[in-house]
Each structure stands twice: as structure tokens, then as C-alpha cells.
Write a protein that binds this ligand. Structure first.
Ligand SMILES: [Zn+2]
Length: 689
């Protein structure tokens, strides 16, 4: 059998842009390379499909498969059968195609002996990305139904004889104990002690891990699933093995004859260096491959106003006055938050709050040159809303509640179709450019037996066929409306999220220090644009404004019309600065130069653009005693840099070596104050000198 396949494969030309080399050898090995990394797999005479190694062609770092066990990215199980590295599989097809985003895909198709599952394995690489992305899809070829009870998105076993492995994971935002505000958590992988995490909607951690050894040889991994996932890493000294896994929680997928099941894709990448480098490699992959393209790339992330300072006590008059002020201050997006509708789940404008109609406000906002955004909680409905009165059977069994509302089951087809129609109508009727999604736990629990989904498969079906299917349906039909991820804060920080949303909130209007803390942690797994920040303060000083300067959209959540003239003037000038640096920060490598922000510290975060060798650093003194010396990262020690400041009028010339080793003293006279530092090669004509 395999010889026949091999002949077919040799007939397939090696498709490629220059740097790709996807090769099938006469020994039935697949050597996949994009010129940056090389991954090797083998189909053995025992008919097992095995991972062999992944290595960097730039650094020489190599991760080999564990000895004495077989490692395979295919790992799922029914109650009776495990389909994993040890199961003999017949290889029935193999194809290589060029794919979007400058990528190449190897597809291998296997069949269980005796005809059971048909398994489609996709292995993908992309230009200039040291990342292998992959996914498994299974089809039930039996005459009887089968239930898939386990699916591992991160099935890897690496040879790792020596200890000293460090692992990093990052919390999501969580207001329920244990509290989370994107704290990065570093652990040692000690012999036999697994480090475990749970990701997905309303879970504890982001869907990401990074691991490195004492020689800075590192792996990053992320998974593209919004539901609950139980992931972990474990090192065994005796077995000399590093084991990774990320399993879909509570999976119970019934497959009728001929039915298919898609295990969500995941990726594994190589880095060499510290956690900033791990983050950078992940972030470049997101920006180049996975991430939803933002609107107006060069104007994104936006300066934004959001009405939540008024809570639900809004009215068209006060919103108009805030819109005029927002436009004067240079804002680009104006969002009407919760409270515009007659009720949660009743997505019709409230005629008392909008006597001229919500569309008139939207038109006015557009006439002022801004985009119009609207809050919607797609899976929530108040008990007295028409949808709940008419269709109480659409409710999910979800125990959590959003402002007292009930949960709609997005995985129940009639309910999803209704929600889709409502979102499309809202977008069209009110000319909506931006949706601030909100809710409580976006992937609802639902075990009802009268819904179209399987009651025993709530987690997967509500994530993939519920929320994700709804978003896809909306976005295909209304591609020009952008989505912001929020569910009382950034509590669904996954690599599926980045495919649907152009940004995400981090924490929920928690103040200047908490905003910096969230950005500090979120900018390990996610590009800066996925850290948007709600600013409740009035912009009384640059400590306040610059605490929100670094990241994605800067969202003012204050009463603009109540700001003093002085506050307005400061905010206007700071928004101008934000617009000058946002493009650079978005594409930069983030250096976390200090420990995370905390009372009594000075913190510094740097965005360094390797292509231009220029940097923006935001330095914030937060009740710290004593002076602060900034030591930036990423510079060329031999090169001379011009050092300028946003507030301080000094202009310095220093070498990269001087800057990184001796540092530059930052003038921060107030106990709460902030400075923005610019570093540019001295041989480039600085714009404002
Ligand atoms: Zn349901």
C-alpha cells in the first residue's frame, strides 16, 4: 500500500515559492521547510505516523521526538478506541498546496485499519514564520455512530534529557476568584510535576504557553479554540521527556455515519531567547497569518470614546455633545455602550433615549468624521424581553448571568438564526462600523435535550457551532463591521479569538495601574493591538494618559463634556502623540524592561521596530522612590542613537551599548508621572529636532 502512495506522491510537483521545500523522501519521510524551520515526520513500516524533529535553520536549535515513545500530532479517542501514535493507519492520500497568507499546506489522509475513522492531517508553514500550524479532522466511516471523547490539540513528546526548563503562561481577566489581570506566571518544570492551565471563555489562562531551557532554546504553542481547554506541560527526568497537551474539556462528540469532526487547529513555534522573544515570534505569526485584519491599517488602533461613564443613563443630547467633543479631540470611533436598546435581548433603540432615532445619532457621528460603534450582547436576553417571552425554549442551561439576563443558546440553530438576523438588522439600521461584543461567559453551557446540538457536548458545540459559527456568518455578510472582544473584560484570550476580532479589551475600566498591568501581561501572547484599554479617568495629568498609551485602541470611558478646558487640551495633545506612535508599537517587538507595574515601582515597556531600528518606550513612575535609569533592549551596541523625550526637552546622543548597559536617566519629578522616550539611529534625520 505505502509504495503505491509513494509513487503518487512523487508525481506531485514540489509547489513552492522560493523558500518552501515540502519533500517526501523514498523512505516515506516528510521534510517540511519554509527556509526558517524544518519539521520532519515519518510513516513507518509499522504503519505508524511519527513526529521526528523540528529545528530552526537560523539558530540550529533542534527539538527531537522523545525516545521510547512515539509522538504524533494525531491524538483523539472514543470510549473504546484511542487513535494516536500507536495505532497503525493506512496512508491513503497526500497533497501539497499553496495557501493564503503566503503559506504551504501538506495534507495527509489516513484510514483506520478495517475502515473506521478517516483522518485528515494538515501541516502548514508560512513565509518567514518559525511556526508549524496543524489540525486534524476525522470522519466516521463506519455504519454506526461513534463518540469522540478526547481530542488533544497539542500532542507532542520531545526528547529532553536535561532539566532546567522554564515555562510561562499568562492569566486572563477574571473577577471571580482566583482573580486574574494578565499576570505572567513563570514556573520551573520540575521532574514529574505537570504545570496545568485552563483556557477558553471565562477560564483562568490565555490559550498559550512558552517553554525554554537554560540555553534559551524555546518553544511556543497556542491553540485556536474558545471553549474550555485543559492544557499542560510535564517533564520526566527518568523518561527524558517533555510532554505537552491541550485537550478540549468535556468532549463528547457523537459522529453519525459519514459525519466529520474538526479538532481545532493549533500551532507550535520555535524561538531562541527570552520571554520577550517568545512573545514576538507568537505575535508576528498572529499579525501575518491568524489575526483579523484591522480596518484602515494605518489609522489603527483608534482613539475611541465609549459611553459607559454614563452607565445606561444615556440620551441622544448628551451623546451628541460628547460626540462633538470627541471629534474635536481627534477621536476616530464613538461607541454607544450598553443602554441604547429597549432591553438586553430586545435590540431595538429606546425611543425615550433617542427621540430622533439612533440612526440619526449614527449619521451625526459619521458627519463628524468618526466611526460609529454599538454595544451588543449577542447571547443575552432579559427575562421580560420579547425573545424570551416568545422562545423560552431557546435559553441555555448556563448558570452565569449578565446584568440579570438569561443566556441564549447560540448552538441551538433557531436561536442562532434569530441572533444573526438581529445583529444584521442592527448593523444595517444604525450603520454600525464597530461592534463592542459583551456578555457573561461567551461559550454558554447548555445541556438541554430539546436543542439542535448534542446535550452531552456543550463545550465544543457552543464554542464552534455556537459563537464561532455566528461570528463567521455575520462577518461573511457584513465584512466592513469590526468586532471588539469583551465579556466583562478580556476573558476569552485565545488564538481563535484573534481570527474573529480586530482587538480585545484587557481588564474592565479598572484604572491606570491595572491597565498597565494588563498590557504588561497580555503583550506576551498577543500583539499590542489585542490590548485595548478603557480609561475611566479624566486625563488630569500624563500619569493618567500615558498609562493608556501603549497597546491597542485607547478608549476614553469618561464624560468628555465634564472635562475642564485644561484636561481637554491635555487629552487632545496626548491623542496626537498616540497617533504618532501607534503604528510603530503595533508592529514592534515588545520589551518588558522592568517587573510588572505595581505601586511603589517605576515600570517601562518598549516597542522596538527591528526594520527601522527605532523604539518607543513608555516609562511610568507609580509612587516609586528615587530616580529611574532606563535600559532599553534590542539595540545595536555599536550604533549611535538619538534619544528624545515627549516631555523632557533633552536630546541625547548615545551608543546602543551605552543605552543598554549604563542606561539613560529619566526625569520623572512627580511621584506619579510618565515619560515617552524615542530612540532612533542618529544617522537618520529626526523629524522633530
Ligand atoms: Zn442549547
Amino acid at each position: 500500500m505505502w509504495k503505491k502512495v509513494w509513487t503518487i506522491l512523487l508525481a506531485v510537483p514540489i509547489l513552492a515559492t522560493a523558500q518552501f521545500r515540502f519533500e517526501h523522501t523514498p523512505e516515506n519521510r516528510w521534510i517540511l521547510s519554509n527556509g526558517i524551520i524544518e519539521a520532519t515526520f515519518a510513516y513507518t513500516e509499522k504503519k505508524t505516523f511519527e513526529f521526528e524533529s523540528i529545528r530552526s535553520l537560523k539558530t540550529g536549535d533542534s527539538w527531537q521526538a522523545a525516545q521510547n515513545v512515539i509522538s504524533s500530532p494525531v491524538r483523539f479517542a472514543t470510549i473504546r478506541t484511542a487513535v494516536d501514535a500507536y495505532i497503525p493507519l493506512n496512508l491513503v492520500d497526500a497533497t501539497t498546496v499553496a495557501i493564503d497568507k503566503k503559506g504551504m499546506r501538506q495534507t495527509l489522509v489516513f484510514e483506520e485499519s478495517g475502515g473506521g475513522f478517516r483522518i485528515y492531517l494538515h501541516l502548514e508553514m508560512y513565509e518567514n514564520q518559525p511556526v508549524l500550524r496543524y489540525s486534524v479532522r476525522v470522519k466516521n466511516n463506519l455504519d454506526a455512530s461513534r463518540r469522540v471523547r478526547l481530542a488533544d490539540m497539542l500532542s507532542w513528546r520531545f526528547d529532553q534529557p536535561a532539566g532546567g526548563l522554564q515555562m510561562m503562561r499568562v492569566n486572563q481577566w477574571s473577577v471571580l476568584p482566583p482573580l486574574g489581570n494578565f499576570q505572567p506566571i513563570e514556573s520551573s518544570l520540575k521532574d514529574g510535576n505537570a504545570v496545568r492551565l485552563t483556557s477558553g471563555a471565562s477560564e483562568q489562562e490565555c490559550a498559550w504557553i512558552a517553554i525554554r531551557d537554560a540555553n534559551n532554546r524555546g518553544l511556543v504553542a497556542g491553540w485556536e479554540f474558545d471553549g474550555k481547554t485543559e492544557a499542560g506541560a510535564e517533564w520526566s527526568a527518568k523518561e527524558k521527556r517533555l510532554t505537552l497537551s491541550a485537550q478540549i474539556a468535556d468532549l463528547n462528540r457523537r459522529l453519525e455515519p459519514g459525519e466529520e469532526f474538526q479538532v481545532p487547529p493549533a500551532f507550535i513555534g520555535l524561538f531562541h531567547g527570552d520571554w520577550d522573544e517568545a512573545g514576538y515570534r507568537t505575535q508576528r505569526f498572529v499579525e501575518n497569518v491568524l489575526g483579523k485584519t484591522p480596518p484602515e491599517g494605518n489609522k489603527f488602533p483608534y482613539a475611541v470614546w465609549d459611553s459607559w461613564a454614563y452607565r445606561t443613563d444615556i440620551h441622544e443630547e448628551v451623546l451628541r455633545r460628547n460626540a462633538e467633543q470627541a471629534a474635536r479631540m481627534g477621536m476616530e470611533l464613538f461607541i454607544v455602550d450598553l443602554g441604547w436598546a429597549q432591553g438586553i435581548g430586545d435590540w431595538q433603540e429606546d425611543p425615550e433615549k433617542f427621540p430622533s432615532g439612533l440612526r440619526a445619532l449614527s449619521d451625526y457621528v459619521h458627519s463628524l468624521g468618526m466611526k460609529f460603534g454599538l454595544h451588543i450582547a449577542p447571547a443575552e436576553a432579559a427575562a421580560n424581553s420579547p425573545v424570551v417571552r416568545d422562545h423560552s425554549d431557546w435559553l441555555a442551561t448556563e448558570p452565569n448571568s449578565y446584568f440579570g439576563a438569561k443566556s441564549i443558546c447560540l448552538s441551538h440553530k433557531p436561536a442562532q438564526e434569530w441572533v444573526l438576523s438581529q445583529i444584521l438588522r442592527v448593523i444595517d439600521d444604525y450603520a454600525v462600523d464597530w461592534i463592542l461584543q459583551d456578555g457573561e461567559h461567551m461559550v454558554k453551557q447548555c445541556t438541554r435535550t430539546d436543542h439542535t446540538h448534542d446535550p452531552e457536548d456543550s463545550n465544543y458545540s457552543n464554542a464552534v457551532e455556537g459563537l464561532d459559527a455566528l461570528l463567521e456568518a455575520v462577518q461573511i455578510r457584513r465584512p466592513n463591521t469590526s468586532w471588539e472582544n469583551c465579556a466583562n473584560g478580556g476573558s476569552m484570550m485565545t488564538f481563535n479569538m484573534v481570527k474573529r476580532y480586530v482587538t480585545s479589551i484587557t481588564n474592565d475600566a479598572s484604572g491606570a495601574r491595572a491597565a498597565r498591568q494588563a498590557v504588561y501581561g497580555a503583550t506576551y501572547p498577543f500583539p499590542p493591538r489585542y490590548s485595548d484599554r478603557y480609561m475611566p479617568e479624566m486625563a488630569s495629568n500624563t500619569y493618567e494618559t500615558r498609562s493608556y498609551m501603549f497597546g491597542g485602541p485607547w478608549i476614553f470611558m469618561n464624560k468628555l463634556v465634564d472635562m475642564t478646558a485644561e484636561q481637554q487640551k491635555l487629552a487632545e495633545s496626548e491623542i496626537r502623540t498616540f497617533k504618532q506612535i501607534r503604528g510603530q508599537i503595533g508592529s514592534s517587538k515588545v520589551f518588558h524592561l522592568t517587573a510588572g507595574p505595581a505601586e511603589g515601582r517605576t515600570d517601562a515597556i518598549q516597542g522596538h521596530l527591528p526594520e527601522l531600528d527605532s523604539s518607543v518606550v513608555v516609562v511610568t513612575r507609580d509612587l516609586a522612590r528615587g530616580p529611574f535609569t532606563l535600559k532599553p533592549g534590542g539595540l545595536n551596541p555599536e550604533k549611535t542613537y538619538m534619544v528624545r523625550f515627549q516631555s523632557d526637552s533633552r536630546v541625547l546622543t548615545m551608543t546602543g551599548g551605552q543605552l543598554m548597559n549604563d542606561g539613560v536617566p529619566i526625569t520623572l519629578p512627580q511621584s506619579q508621572s510618565a515619560e515617552i522616550v524615542y530612540l532612533e539611529p542618529a544617522d537618520r534625520n529626526p523629524e522633530n529636532n
